[in-house]
Design a binder for this molecule. Structure first.
Ligand SMILES: Nc1ncnc2c1ncn2[C@@H]1O[C@H](COP(=O)(O)OP(=O)(O)OP(=O)(O)O)[C@@H](O)[C@H]1O
Ligand SMILES: [Mg+2]
Length: 283
């Protein structure tokens, strides 16, 4: 990816369509951890829109978690600004947090709280009354399919279920801006699909930012895809736009030995069994 997205390869940014409402605006964001070190985030400019899922794609160490940590106010930027609903994260974090949800890259769950207690806890933390929190808990348990594990302590859930709970928590309390850092990492294909369904169900009215390593996931879920490498944004746009920029389509190469086919044709005479066709490479 590094050589492909050479800094000179600019121009892979789709023009913004009219009518989109910006949910999160990242402006000239820089994060340097060590003095004089290479920036983890390097003059990043990107807008995430309401009613959309933006897939934030990039290799290990690209700066995804660092960016998302600054967006959610966990880390201060070295320079640059992040605006959520027009408010600066650095100065108005208390107001912003009310409508902000986060699923961190590594689950942060309370070992001895049950699934239901987690949702109740976070709903009340976001300002819901006991009654409202209970209603929300029932809805979330239903949507996530976790209702049959409602009384299970988090420490006894499988890794995939813990991840699902972490994703669900990010949406609790009517969060309008939801940041998900690799929500499907370490999750089996079946649970991954149910997390996808959950994200699509919860998308209306929200600005969802989801980091991932999976191109298929970005393609399927992302209304927009933004690709970051070495702290810099190299392209962003709808999946269709990016396919137009880079895609040459998919080629399926099927390989079968001609000799075998011929042998098969005369197989009854010479008694040769056909070999199984082998799948070639997908390039
Ligand atoms: N607390 C820290 N102190 C020093 N350097 C850090 C710190 N956190 C991140 N980095 C560095 O910043 C760069 C970006 O890291 P980051 O975790 O944001 O990448 P990422 O895209 O989330 O990677 P991954 O896909 O592996 O999660 C890396 O070079 C990393 O070593
Ligand atoms: Mg990360």
């Amino acid at each position: 990816m590094h050589s492909f997205f050479h800094p000179k390869a600019m121009g892979f940014f789709e023009r913004e369509l009219p009518g989109l409402v910006p949910g999160v605006c990242v402006k000239n964001l820089v994060k340097i951890f060590e003095p004089y070190g290479r920036p983890a985030v390097d003059r990043l400019n990107i807008t995430f829109y309401e009613n959309q899922i933006t897939a934030f794609l990039g290799p290990n160490g690209a700066g995804k978690t660092t960016t998302l940590s600054i967006v959610t106010g966990l880390l201060p930027p070295t320079s640059g600004t992040v605006l959520i609903g027009g408010k600066d994260v650095e100065t108005s974090l208390d107001a912003i947090r009310q409508s902000l949800g986060l699923c961190p890259q590594h689950n942060i769950l309370f070992h001895h709280l049950t699934v239901a207690e987690h949702i109740l806890f976070y709903a009340q933390l976001k300002g819901k009354s006991w009654g409202e929190a209970q209603l929300e808990m029932e809805a979330v348990l239903e949507d996530t399919g976790l209702h049959h594990r409602r009384n299970e302590e988090a420490q006894h859930l499988s890794g995939g279920m813990q991840r699902k709970l972490s994703v669900a928590i990010a949406f609790v309390g009517d969060a309008k801006v939801v940041v998900l850092d690799e929500p499907t990492s370490g999750v089996d294909p079946y649970s991954r699909r149910s997390i996808w369904d959950l994200l699509l169900k919860y998308r209306p009215g929200r600005t969802i930012i989801m980091s991932t390593h999976h191109m298929d996931e970005a393609d399927l879920l992302g209304d927009r895809i933004a690709i970051i490498s070495q702290g810099r944004l190299y392209c962003s746009g709808t999946p269709l736009f990016l396919k137009k920029c880079f895609g040459t389509g998919f080629y399926l190469t099927l390989v079968r030995r001609t000799k075998t086919i011929q042998s098969h044709r005369v197989g009854c005479k010479v008694g040769v069994c056909p070999e199984r066709p082998s799948l070639g490479t997908i390039t």
